[in-house]
Design a binder for this molecule. Structure first.
Ligand code: ARG
Length: 567
């Protein structure tokens, strides 16, 4: 595919000898300013000429024959480039014909590894809506990086370690047979936890027992370890149902406990660095110079912390995966935690290749529009119920719109889950998300179901057309009307959009883009008769429909959304 931006940059470089010219070139919002534009005021200082003069000088010396760039215009100090539509149509259609489902992919990440730490719920505690966001955002970033050729390692850094397990073990030892933890693990374990906590408040000796259990667990005591394993496995089995619904996978389930024997090394390294300080019986790394509170490494009771385990994980991941980037997807409540950890990581003696490439990818909270959803313990929503409700609401809508549809259940699942995922990824991560059923399931809004519906429409057109024409028989001139060209321009941008989404770790760049493509397709569809009597016209328009079909499906897959073939 022709890279127009690069092509234009090369041409300007021939004239100006400015190496970095590509960074200056913009895509103007106003179509009258062309497809690409060079704002010459940015060069005025260096070239000591007025922007208008620079633009005109470059324009005069440019060697352009009209085939790729149709015309170049100077306007108010901007040099505007208009792409030859035939060249654009040809390059897009040929690329799709060649790459098909791989359209948009690239190799910029080839040979590089990115580690993504996401989801990470806590064992024996509910999988809450914040974990859902982490799962959905992390799952999408996984696919985005993969499409760029990176080797991706998805890690579920489970919260499976901590003194609460000493308590759970004690509770289970006392009343285990009263609770059916096999049947409903998280609920039942939560009940045990609440009960033992109450008892601990009344009776210090019970609290002492709990502490002992945790100590025994750390020392590898068989009874305690087996119980811990059981709690972990049962919880994971429950989490797995959510992962199955979302179709999210991990390459590693090494949670916090995995680092229990790897923290001593961290403490030793930090001790040797001379930076580990005693403070009220605890050991900390002071971060005053960085305007942060100290990072707690060993608590005054001798136990390690969440931060110590994250430091051990950095060392382990650097050694094991030799990563080029490591991302951590959690809510913004953990911004300070990661700032501290990343700062302390610089003391571990690792190459800067690792410590310079640790990135926290924070996201905002989820706000419920009404109190309608089933909530437990105030604001904790049972995720599985939420996803089932999404599916059953989608199913109701399908029942109204198309009662005779085949495979209704499968389709309702794609629509319901797709709606939840899209809603999660529609805004910049850091914004709080509004959770409102009617908005996210609206087939005409900027929603997952709207994308799916548009995709299905392209499918039925392709079905009606009966065949997909071969690209070299297409008369490109027949796609030069405004609505077709606008759609083709958007399709052309797909691979840049994927790169941009990765560079900002923002899946919403893809969601917004897909809405754009869907809307441009509707405009094209309303303005043009696709299955035209004239075969040449029909084939050209069918082919553009096919291109749209490919981009919508591929783009949705990068978000983790599945497209139904009919609905
Ligand atoms: N389990 C933590 C929580 O629920 C999230 C862990 C995120 N990952 C990490 N490496 N700290 O808040």
């Amino acid at each position: 595919m022709i890279d127009y931006k690069k092509f234009i940059s090369e041409k300007i470089k021939e004239v100006t000898n400015i190496e970095t010219i590509e960074d200056f070139i913009e895509i103007p919002a106003n179509k009258e300013m062309g497809d690409y534009s060079l704002p010459c005021f940015k060069l005025a200082k260096e070239l000591k000429k007025s922007p208008q003069m620079i633009a005109n000088d470059i324009k005069e010396q440019l060697n352009i024959d009209g085939e790729i760039i149709q015309k170049v215009e100077e306007k108010n100090g901007y040099l505007n480039f208009f792409i030859n539509s035939e060249s654009l149509i040809k390059t897009v259609l040929e690329e799709i014909s060649e790459k098909k489902e791989e359209f948009g992919e690239s190799k910029i990440g080839a040979g590089k590894t990115v580690v993504i730490d996401y989801s990470a719920p806590n064992i024996a505690k509910p999988f809450h809506i914040g974990h859902l966001r982490s799962t959905v955002i992390g799952g999408s970033l996984y696919k985005i990086y993969e499409a760029l050729g990176y080797k991706v390692i998805g890690i579920n850094h489970l919260g499976d370690y901590g003194t609460q397990f000493g308590k759970l073990i004690e509770g289970y030892k006392r009343w285990g047979q009263e609770y059916n933890i096999e049947e409903d693990p998280i609920n039942e374990l939560t009940k045990i936890y609440v009960r033992i906590n109450d008892l601990c408040k009344e009776d210090d000796s019970v609290l002492e027992e709990c502490r002992n259990n945790f100590k025994k667990l750390e020392d590898g005591d068989e009874y305690c370890t087996n119980l811990w394993k059981k709690f972990r496995e049962l919880s994971l089995k429950e989490f797995q149902r959510i992962y199955d619904l979302l179709d999210v996978h991990f390459d590693s389930l090494n949670g916090e406990a995995f680092y229990s024997d790897k923290m001593q090394e961290i403490v030793d390294i930090l001790q040797n660095s001379g930076k580990l300080e005693e403070s009220e019986g605890a050991k900390v790394i002071k971060l005053d110079e960085k305007q942060m509170p100290p990072c707690l490494i060993i608590k005054s009771n001798g136990s390690t912390t969440y931060a110590t385990r994250d430091l051990a994980a950095i060392l382990y991941r650097a050694r094991t995966y030799d990563f080029d980037k490591a991302l951590y997807v959690t809510s913004y409540e953990q911004i300070l935690h990661f700032k501290q950890v990343f700062e302390v990581a610089k003391l571990l003696g690792l190459d800067e290749k690792y410590t310079d490439n640790l990135t926290h990818v924070p996201f905002g909270m989820v706000q419920l529009s009404t109190g309608k959803m089933s909530t437990r313990e105030g604001n904790i929503i049972k995720l599985e119920d939420l996803l089932s409700e999404a599916i059953s609401r989608a199913s109701q809508i399908i029942e109204e719109k198309n009662p005779h549809l085949q495979d209704k259940e499968e389709i309702a699942k794609k629509v319901g889950i797709g709606a939840v995922i899209f809603n999660d990824l529609y805004n910049s991560r850091i914004k709080d998300e509004i959770f409102d059923w009617d908005t996210m399931l609206n087939f005409n809004g900027e929603t997952g179901p709207y994308l799916q519906y548009t995709y299905v429409r392209t499918n039925s057109i392709l079905e009606k057309a009966k065949y997909i024409p071969t690209v070299n028989t297409i008369n490109y001139n027949l796609l030069s009307d405004e609505t077709s060209i606008n759609l083709i321009k958007a399709i052309y941008e797909f691979s840049n959009i994927i790169k941009l989404a990765a560079s900002k770790n923002e899946p919403y760049i893809i969601s917004r883009y897909l809405i754009d493509v869907a809307q441009l397709f509707s405009t094209f569809y309303n303005a043009n008769k696709i299955i035209d009597e004239n075969t040449e016209i029909k084939e050209a328009r069918v082919y553009l429909t096919y291109c749209t079909n490919i981009v919508l499906k591929k783009g949705a897959s990068l978000l983790g959304i599945k497209m139904p073939e009919r609905m």
